[in-house]
Design a protein around this ligand. Sequence first.
Ligand code: C2E
Ligand code: CA
Ligand code: CA
Ligand code: CA
Length: 279
Amino acid sequence: AKDKGRNNYQFYSVSLSAKNPELLTLEKSLRYALERNEFTLYYQPRVNIATEEITGMEALLRWQHPEMGLVAPSVFIPLVEESGLIVPIGEWVLRTACIQNKIWQDAGFPPITMAVNLSLKQFCQPKLVETIATVLEQTGLEPQFLELEIMETTAIENLDFTRTVLEDLQQMGVYISIDDFGTGHSSLSRLQLLPLHNLKIDKSFIQYLTQDAKVAHIIKAIVTLGHSLGLKLIAEGVEKEEELEFLKSINCEDVQGFLFYRPLSVQKATEILESKRPT
Ligand code: C2E
Ligand code: CA
Ligand code: CA
Ligand code: CA
């Protein structure tokens, strides 16, 4: 059964102009947001097309501002990235997501992977590998149940550096995905030297799939190439049945999108897992 539930929150959004005084105010309150417990994680299920089983969840950061309400990640992530706050906030995300996955496993749900997004600054931070190892050890989550999502643009910024970091992470046993694939203007041949597991096709492609026949060819080519490199394909932003049918016909493995689930609060996500618990 698919949950086509409506969005139950509305994001506060502002113009991203650098001179916007609202942004300066936001940046100030971001400094205190962590200690004031204003962040929460939402979880969006990833679904296997063939079995319709949930194979994983992606942790998505939400900021509940006391006056402005929920602020969209597209507004505040660039601000925390710029100010360096992304490092402590990112560590909080990683720890919280790992703890949650362990809670679900301990509750007896079939094991799933927890995907965590890493920004460019987080990825380039010298202590990243050490931090991840520490968090896994402290939370008791086995590494194969953690997946790190790195944007294509981050990965290709410095391929030698990326390879060094990813090799360490692979050795540790965590999974690696390339996020927003297709937006970085790189070719798969440049990524093939990296130890990767999954490729996430950016939602902008899925959006135009039913409008533009060329886009269908591009998606098909990405899936074919990805498979030839031994990668699993995940399509993001799937909203329509037609999109799902096409992705199924080209053997894309997993999907994420509003057609199945929106990002869910921890309570809602737990209810969904509960309702799917094998009996
Ligand atoms: P992303 O990693 O590409 O995450 C997917 C985004 O697509 C999410 O937006 C999700 O809510 C949205 N989405 C999922 N399914 C659909 C769909 O069917 N249709 C449409 N239109 N959208 C869909 P969200 O949660 O607003 O996050 C935006 C971006 O903010 C993320 O894009 C990611 O780059 C960043 N972000 C979110 N949480 C974190 C975090 O904890 N750390 C870092 N570094 N970045 C994060
Ligand atoms: Ca992502
Ligand atoms: Ca993405
Ligand atoms: Ca994106």
